[in-house]
Design a protein around this ligand. Structure first.
Ligand SMILES: Cc1cc2nc3c(=O)[nH]c(=O)nc-3n(C[C@H](O)[C@H](O)[C@H](O)COP(=O)(O)O)c2cc1C
Length: 320
């Protein structure tokens, strides 16, 4: 069954509920199931795919792009620096997966991506970025967005040219990571510059960066009107984070965290099998266990074990 959302409803959801940002290596099917079940009412993304890579070998990407109707609204993100390849990939992905949104990555700082003029490389190549946007909207009916960074360097606000192209070409929104490319993933957020950019445009700008708790959200974005917010790493081990705007929100108990940790692990093993699922899941132990006393003592054995039932036994030791 294909039940893509209409644009108006999708815009409302993006503006009023936290979205989960695409995070390569993390935003897999079991992770998406967990965040949807425990809190996320906004847009979620699959892991990004290269436009050229998808066209060369569509079946190779089937597993990472797979989602169910119950996961909606779901966005699929494409990266690359070749307008034709991105537009053709968007068309093929629309036809096969029917996502609610197609996003073009214009913010990835990895050298192997920026070198080929993809990701954040497009901040320095606004004509190419515009061409990518134009080709893409010509080919697909699905709403299109871009996700970019506020600039390349602190203070340059290079995103303004890309946001202008997005607005002129009728994109649904722009997801804006408030750290410039040189700020990578831990630099300061450019909040003042974001507020001044926001005044210049009508297209919705969805702010991203730095929300790892309710206090972070209130301190950074609490006073900004009409501002959608996208959460990245904050939801790792904490799918309840999406509920921080709800009046009855409270941080989960240790037993809830351990129970969801086990559920997430079992889903991962069910989906990928024990051999692949267990190594894939290792990056989630620390986020779920941080703050639980003595957890560091158990991490080496959690990392060593290859068998699901042995790992569940170790996790059960935390509860006693
Ligand atoms: C390991 C890792 C992988 C990421 N992969 C992507 C990606 O595929 N596409 C993308 O647009 N952003 C990606 N990002 C950036 C995040 O979506 C997000 O913009 C960034 O982490 C800032 O948000 P946060 O401070 O809430 O984590 C990635 C970040 C990390 C740490």
């Amino acid at each position: 069954m294909i039940t893509c959302m209409n644009n108006l409803l999708l815009s409302e959801i993006i503006l009023h509920h936290f979205s989960q940002s695409p995070v390569a290596g993390y935003s897999d099917y079991p992770f998406r199931k967990i965040i949807r079940k425990y809190g996320c009412r906004g847009l979620i993304f699959t892991e990004m795919v290269s436009g050229k890579g998808y066209l060369m070998n569509p079946s190779f990407h089937e597993e990472i792009l797979h989602f169910d109707d119950s996961d909606r609204p779901v966005g699929i993100q494409i990266f690359g620096g070749d307008p034709e390849a991105i537009a053709l990939a968007a068309e093929a992905i629309e036809k096969k997966f029917h996502p609610d949104l197609i996003d073009i990555n214009m913010g990835c700082p990895a050298r192997k991506v920026t070198h080929k003029l993809g990701g954040a490389g497009l901040l320095n190549n606004p004509h190419l970025a515009e061409k990518i946007i134009r080709e893409c909207v010509k080919r697909v009916k699905t709403p299109v967005s871009i996700k970019t960074r506020i600039g390349w360097n602190y203070g340059d606000m290079l995103s303004r040219t890309l946001i202008k192209s997005a607005e002129e070409n009728g994109l649904i929104c722009v997801f804006l990571h408030l750290r410039p490319k040189t700020g990578l993933f831990s630099g300061k957020l450019e909040l003042e510059n974001f507020l001044s950019i926001k005044k210049e445009f009508k297209i919705p700008l969805i702010a991203n960066g730095g929300v790892y708790s309710k206090d972070d959200f209130l301190r950074i974005y609490g006073n900004i009107k009409d501002c959608g917010v996208m959460i990245g790493r904050g939801s790792f081990g904490n799918p309840w984070l999406f509920k921080i705007k709800e009046p009855d929100y409270s941080t989960p108990s240790i037993s809830e965290r351990l129970s969801v940790l086990k559920e997430h692990l079992c889903l991962t093993v069910n989906y990928f099998g024990e051999e692949h699922g267990i190594p894939k899941f290792r990056k989630f132990y620390k986020p779920y266990l941080t703050g639980i006393s003595n957890h560091t003592k158990f991490l080496p054995s959690l990392f060593r074990e290859k068998n699901l039932s042995d790992i569940l036994n170790i996790i059960n030791l935390f509860a006693v």
